[in-house]
Design a protein around this ligand. Sequence first.
Ligand code: G3H
Ligand code: 13P
Ligand code: ZN
Length: 344
Amino acid sequence: MPRITLRQLLDHAAANDYAVPAFNMSNMEQGLAIMKAADETGSPVILQASRGARAYANDLMLARVIDALVEMYPHIPLCMHLDHGNSLATCVSAIRHGFTSVMMDGSLLADGTTPADYADNAAITRKVVELAHAAGVSVEGELGVLGSLETGMGDQEDGHGATGTLSREQLLTDPDEAARFVADTGVDALAVAMGTSHGAYKFTRKPDGDVLAMDVIEAINKRLPDTHLVMHGSSSVPEELREAINTHGGDIRPAWGVPIEEIQRGIRHGVRKVNIDTDLRMAATAAIRRVLTEDPGEFDPRKYLKPAMEAMTAQCRVKFEAFGTAGQAAAIRAKPLAAMAVRA
Ligand code: G3H
Ligand code: 13P
Ligand code: ZN
């Protein structure tokens, strides 16, 4: 099966009331672990690479790993997506390396830390859409700035995101502006801000509607019923993983993520792509720490990377089942990029 574009995959998800988790990947082990879970559950999959992941793994290596995964699992529809692209050039180089979807995150300026105004965001996103669509590739845009409604702070935990304090207005996507943005840019999917942020420390308590504004998703979905919505920062930060890390010498402060039932509420209101990185990072770290503390003499990476892969696969399985993705792979027929290309 050819690689699938985000547009085709999310259209299928919308027609069948489910969402697809988008798992971050920067190495072979993550790729193998995610695909194993997709295969076991019969799920289509979105693998996404950030700029950091591309720099870590090298574009060529990432592209070849994806080629191998496609060959190993020809029956699994696979969308390769650029996470948080910050410029036209980054998006173009991703397309050249076989990505079938790119995110142009114009909510921040190209420095990755300064919130952009509406006009700048819409202009750069529109440019990327024109170019990507000509190649058949899909585009995700973002309106609103990720950050905490508890503290008003931008999303800087894992080294990128807005710096400093943001207004509530900046931290919550406005439904009318979202409608204008989708019309102005032609994006295939829209990431929205409603209190989620990247990393483990999203909330200092189990989130309620004051700090995780699911009502904003509902309002945007009412205004834009045909637009595929994307939730970033949607790891659930399972307490058992935090405990497992800390039991084996780690030090993760009490932390709350996005409860699965809140994501399921989002899925009932237009959320079709759910970004997850932290939960897999925590699962791998917990497994590696356990092996190395139980056997401090161990130095064969395969002895701790295999359990790490198994732990990541288990996390992916949970998401595929919970988001309704499981069992959908067999019903999807991916069209090649050439068939998706918009001709002038
Ligand atoms: O965008 C957030 C993802 O967790 C990727 O993080 O830039 O450290 O690869 P990264
Ligand atoms: P988490 O840090 O919650 O896993 O979010 C990842 C993400 O949104 C990647 O774009
Ligand atoms: Zn993100």
